[in-house]
Design a protein around this ligand. Structure first.
Ligand code: CP
Length: 356
């Protein structure tokens, strides 16, 4: 049996080259990321993020150029420490690092480490300083990444800390949206070109949603309206947002509206982002049981569906072979986004900026 070839009909018609051409190069802005911890999306400037997306698009436009002829991370070691389950984030960071010529150490089970004997995160960080050049950490304890960051002399990336944040997922999400519509990177986006984004989820419980809303708040000029679609049983803003969370988005210029009516909103949405899982401590919650995206809903012809995955019943597999499926493209693009981020964080951009 032959494998099924990947094509735009399967993975969304993402165009990294169009995005690459739409963003004017400013390599100096990438220096903002050198030796930076990436714990929250909050400190990053929109301009720096656009340059990061440009480098990701450069990688994605011509992956062979970097992976076979140029190995910018040669001699560097990544410590990929995942104390909570992951398919995409751990493997895509590992894939990104290896594609650029680096070596990695993976930890996938807390019980095999000193943490199981009561060792502190600070002491683990002291050891990580000796073993690697960059750390990726996923831990259900939202404070773990902060405890390590204070001690580390190498940069750390938060790959999901409980219900708090997942900043590189948000970067990958916005990177996907900009590949879908590169005209959104213009400094002035006319009202007619702005997009209406529906987010199905709970910002106070879902780290992907919290980080996505924060990154969108850095680009309010591209968002006509942010429609937060929640379980109809949760209708009070105080159930959906942490104190100050909604105000932070509104003060940044995001036009946010909340509703429980997914079906009624679909005809007006350009981007539909759906998530159902919230990691809390050592387990997970599933929200929005009444929601299910199927292929027969009245989507706009060019509307795209995004999902950070893992998939549950809220995202029917019958959408997979429709042009609305951009969630596989979103997961694929995350590898290139992470390649770009890692290259910047360990200060190896000089090895790739002149290539192409
Ligand atoms: N998107 C995401 O965080 O997926 P994983 O849990 O598989 O890493």
């Amino acid at each position: 049996m032959r494998f099924k070839p990947m094509g735009p009909d399967v993975y969304g018609a993402a165009s990294p080259k169009d995005l690459l051409l739409a963003i004017e190069e400013d390599g100096d802005a990438l220096h903002d990321l050198v030796d930076q911890h990436v714990i929250s999306i909050q400190p990053f400037r929109a301009h720096t993020l656009l340059q990061l997306f440009r480098l990701a698009a450069k990688y994605e436009s011509n992956p062979e150029r970097y992976t076979s002829h140029n190995t910018p991370l040669k001699g560097k070691i990544l410590i990929n420490a995942f104390y909570e389950p992951s398919t995409r984030t751990r493997l895509s960071f590992d894939s990104a690092w290896h594609r650029l010529g680096g070596d990695s150490i993976n930890i996938t089970d807390r019980s095999t480490t000193g943490l199981a004997k009561g060792e502190s995160y600070e002491d683990v960080a002291h050891m990580f300083n000796n073993y690697g050049d960059c750390i990726v950490l996923r831990d259900g304890d939202s404070n773990a990444v902060y405890s390590m960051a204070d001690t580390l002399r190498v940069p750390i990336i938060n790959a999901g800390n409980g219900i708090d944040e997942h900043p590189t997922q948000a970067m990958a999400d916005l990177y996907t949206i900009l590949k879908w519509r590169p005209s959104l990177v213009a400094s002035k986006v006319s009202p007619g070109e702005r997009v209406r984004i529906g987010v199905v989820g709970i910002p106070s419980r879902m780290r992907t949603v919290r980080s996505l809303l924060r990154i969108l708040a850095k680009f309010p000029q591209i968002v006509e309206e942010l429609v937060l679609i929640h379980d109809p049983a949760k209708n009070a803003a105080e159930e959906l947002f942490d104190p100050g969370q909604l105000e932070e988005l509104q003060q940044a210029g995001l036009n946010v509206r909340c509703t429980g009516d997914l079906q009624g909103e679909i005809p007006g949405l350009d981007v539909i982002y759906i998530n159902a899982i919230a990691w809390v401590g050592d387990s997970y919650e599933v929200h929005g049981n009444s929601f299910r995206l199927t292929r027969d809903l009245p989507y706009k012809p060019n509307a795209i569906v995004l999902h950070p995955l893992a998939r549950g019943p809220e995202l029917s597999t019958c959408l997979d072979d429709t042009p609305h499926n951009w969630y596989f493209s979103q997961a694929r693009g995350a590898v290139f986004l992470r390649m770009a981020l890692l290259t910047c964080m360990v200060d190896r951009t000089n090895r790739v900026m002149d290539v192409i």
